[in-house]
Design a protein around this ligand. Structure first.
Ligand code: HEC
Ligand code: HEC
Length: 397
């Protein structure tokens, strides 16, 4: 599927300074800023992690310039009842609510949404609300896409779980509510559906949305993203500046992007933000969520058929930089073609039970679908029993 022409995409997009095409093909090391491998544990001090947690949850990096000034989402949220907000996957942080608030609240009344915003209780949204309860500024944070809640109080209302992708969130539907988005782009945004986002649509005008990935279990992973674009801070800066619309710097000559905005509200925060992400462990599978005996039988099936790529404790062969052409694993190559490396990183396998669907495009709804895909593509000739055992093993990772 292709989107509207580049000009239309850029029209509503963030401040992009596209460097002339000639530079796009050259091979430049991008992750200078984050060149060192993930830092040794002493640089992940509790204080740095705590600072990173605040940034991850509450820092907009000045992206109000996009969500307020350009997209006018502050006007939109004032008209949205909490029930509608929950329906597009927004989550409410129960710990930010005074006792009893929810029981007495009218969830059909947009004023309740404003009250929740005032309490910093809508995960991933940061609002400035004036004395007359008008929303003056609105921005988004990393937590919007990479946190959810545990539903402990009600569906969509509970304690925050950072790093868990919010697969209920429909970012495209939310952006499409903006009065500033032209119709052609709106059609693209509304085509994505829950749990998906295309982090390059506003750059190249193409449309192959990605499943929102977990931001946990990254401690020993060298390169982030489905296509192994760079280190965690490279990608954090990319997203903060080019997607969230943060006020800061990001440059990658390979992509022809050079954005400088002073003051830079992004770069100084990257070390703390990285420390917090690296501190987020993958969640263990809940007790009783898999058949332990079958999983034990599945382990050697995994070792024989999968460990060529999903190697070692991290489950990826990318720590030495290796990537795979789409055809090697039977993947749709359209997204990879839009990236620098044109190939996919072997996804580290962690918390698999927590985040269906699988693969960059969500093409496998379940772990059984993952196994069926590989059985067909790699001609593994697994017996039905081996497939079942392998699925149980994957649930343990
Ligand atoms: C609008 C939704 C959205 C927001 C907001 C967002 N991300 Fe992401 N994030 C994504 C998507 C989609 C990807 C997948 C990109 C890819 O792999 O190519 C991603 C990928 C990542 C990854 C790589 C995970 C992996 O397995 O390699 C990390 C880490 C990450 N984001 C952290 C952040 C941080 C930190 C912020 C805030 C600065 C942030 N994200 C804001 C949607 C979002
Ligand atoms: C030739 C290398 C290779 C082999 C062999 C391989 N994988 Fe993968 N695996 C990949 C790549 C590359 C991806 C990322 C594909 C994508 O997202 O488009 C991936 C993604 C996955 C995912 C998705 C994870 C997520 O969070 O979305 C799962 C699950 C998985 N593989 C399981 C397996 C199993 C089970 C086997 C053995 C039957 C296997 N893989 C064999 C390279 C491989």
């Amino acid at each position: 599927m292709s989107g509207p022409p580049r000009t239309a995409a850029l029209f509503h997009g963030i401040l992009l300074v596209l460097v002339a095409g000639g530079l796009a093909g050259c091979n430049v090391a991008v992750d200078d800023a984050a060149a060192a491998a993930n830092p040794p544990s002493q640089s992940l001090s509790p204080a740095l992690i705590a600072q990173g947690k605040r940034i991850f949850r509450f820092d907009t990096f000045g992206d109000e310039q996009q969500w307020t000034d350009r997209l006018r989402m502050h006007e939109v949220v004032e008209t949205v009842p909490p029930l509608t907000a929950l329906a597009v996957g927004l989550k409410v942080d129960a710990e930010a609510l005074p006792p009893g608030l929810l029981a007495n609240a009218d969830l059909d009344d947009p004023a309740t949404t404003v009250a929740l915003l005032k309490l910093d209780a809508v995960v991933g949204l940061k609002a400035t609300v004036d004395a007359d309860n008008r929303v003056k500024r609105l921005g988004i944070t990393c937590a919007l896409c990479h946190s959810t809640v545990d539903d402990s109080l009600a569906p969509g209302v509970g304690r925050r779980v950072d790093g868990w992708p919010n697969r209920d969130l429909d970012p495209g539907a939310i952006i499409a509510l903006s009065p500033a988005v032209p119709a052609a782009a709106k059609a693209v945004y509304t085509s994505w559906g829950p749990g998906k986002y295309d982090p390059r649509f506003n750059i190249d005008g193409l449309n192959t949305p990605l499943v929102l990935p977990p931001a946990y279990g990254l401690r020993h992973i060298r390169n982030e993203t489905y296509t192994g674009d760079g280190r965690v801070s490279y990608w954090n800066a990319y997203v903060a500046v080019t997607q969230m619309g943060g006020h800061g710097n990001f440059a990658d000559p390979r992509l022809g992007i050079a954005i400088r905005q002073s003051p830079d509200l992004v770069t100084p925060k990257l070390p703390a933000l990285r420390a917090y992400q690296l501190s987020l462990a993958a969640p263990r599978p809940p007790a009783g969520s898999y058949d332990a005996i079958a999983a034990r039988r599945g382990r050697p099936v995994f070792a024989r058929n999968c460990m060529g790529c999903h190697v070692g404790a991290t489950g990826t062969d990318n720590n030495g930089g290796k990537l795979h052409l789409p055809a090697e694993t039977g993947m749709d190559g359209a997204y990879a073609a839009r990236t620098v490396n044109k190939a996919y990183r072997t996804t580290p396998l962690r918390g698999l039970w927590q985040h269906p669907p699988y693969f960059h495009d969500g093409s496998a709804a379940t772990l059984a679908d993952v196994v069926a895909h590989y059985d067909a593509t790699l001609r593994l000739r697994l017996t039905p029993a081996q497939r079942r055992d392998l699925v149980e093993y994957l649930k343990t990772l």
